[in-house]
Design a protein around this ligand. Structure first.
Ligand SMILES: C[S@@+](CC[C@H](N)C(=O)[O-])C[C@H]1O[C@@H](n2cnc3c(N)ncnc32)[C@H](O)[C@@H]1O
Length: 262
């Protein structure tokens, strides 16, 4: 047990360490198999007593990331057409409902996860306590999917924003997950509009994540995906980052204007 706790307290696994303190019997699964549907079904089942649902946030709730996401949405707004947003690997997070409830821009938010258990819980919550969207044109949907196959669900260049809060981290830290994480990144880039972006919230240090993003998205230079990073904040002594990734295009290769977010 002590050995496992030491492993989980490692700098790269703070969110997992927090989950472990609550779910001792899930330890082995969570360490090795965070890329597996069965692991997450079990996690969300054991994490939720019947009739006692509470949104679980792997790290940071909506309030912790709103000041990063809402400005990105504002910058993308086009006339009155809703922006298409995907919360990829939503779990039972309240991020999707938070975006609907707080975005001035109309949004079509899809909360997607590989775990039907998580999605059932979110659907029940939405039925029992419907979200009041800030913009009446906003909608919220829940979809069970494997994000390794985003292209089976979304047309090429059809999404404005993909938010990934801890999902790529989970894949990268699994025994068989790293190849999936690279595939997911490339699928994201394929389904994003040229003006769209992927936001990866992560505790992984830029030294490691930037190298991985650049190699998995096709390298550096003009025509490559754009990658930028900003610090989001500190939780339980661990610093979290947001990586903003834009699809390959000549415009994406330009540096951001001075003073802009990211
Ligand atoms: C670390 S949790 C993060 C959950 C949520 N975003 C949050 O912040 O609380 C990772 C989530 O990714 C989901 N996941 C793992 N592999 C997936 C896949 N291939 N496709 C879709 N979702 C996946 C898991 O079910 C889990 O809900």
């Amino acid at each position: 047990m002590a050995v496992l706790l030491n492993r989980l307290s490692h700098r790269r696994l703070p969110a997992l360490a927090a989950a472990f303190r609550q779910h001792g019997s899930l330890t082995k699964d969570l360490i090795e198999n965070m890329d597996k549907k069965e692991t997450w079904d079990r996690f969300y089942r054991e994490n939720n007593a019947v009739n006692h649902f509470k949104n679980f946030e792997w790290f940071f709730g909506f309030e912790g990331v709103r000041d990063v996401i809402l400005p990105v949405l504002r910058a993308q707004a086009r006339h009155s057409a809703p922006l298409r947003v995907l919360d990829m690997g939503c779990g039972t997070s309240a991020l999707g409902s938070g975006l609907c409830a707080h975005s001035q821009q109309p949004l079509h938010v899809t909360c997607a996860d590989i775990s039907p258990v998580a999605l059932h819980l979110l659907r029940e919550q939405a039925k029992n306590k419907p979200v009041q969207p800030k913009n009446p044109g906003s909608t919220l949907a829940f979809v069970e999917l494997d994000c390794c196959d985003l292209r089976a669900w979304f047309e090429p260049e059809s999404l404005d924003l993909i938010v990934d809060k801890g999902t790529t981290d989970a894949l990268l830290r699994s025994r068989e997950g790293p190849a999936k994480a690279g595939r997911v990144l490339r699928q994201c880039l394929a389904v994003l509009r040229p003006s769209g972006c992927l936001l990866q919230f992560s505790d992984e240090d830029p030294d490691a994540r930037l190298v991985w993003l650049e190699s998995e998205s096709g390298g550096l230079g003009a025509g490559a995906a754009g990658v930028r990073v900003q610090e989001v904040g500190t939780l339980r002594g661990v610093c979290y980052f947001c990586y903003l990734i834009t699809p390959p295009s000549p415009a994406a290769a330009q540096p951001p204007p001075p003073g802009e977010l990211f």
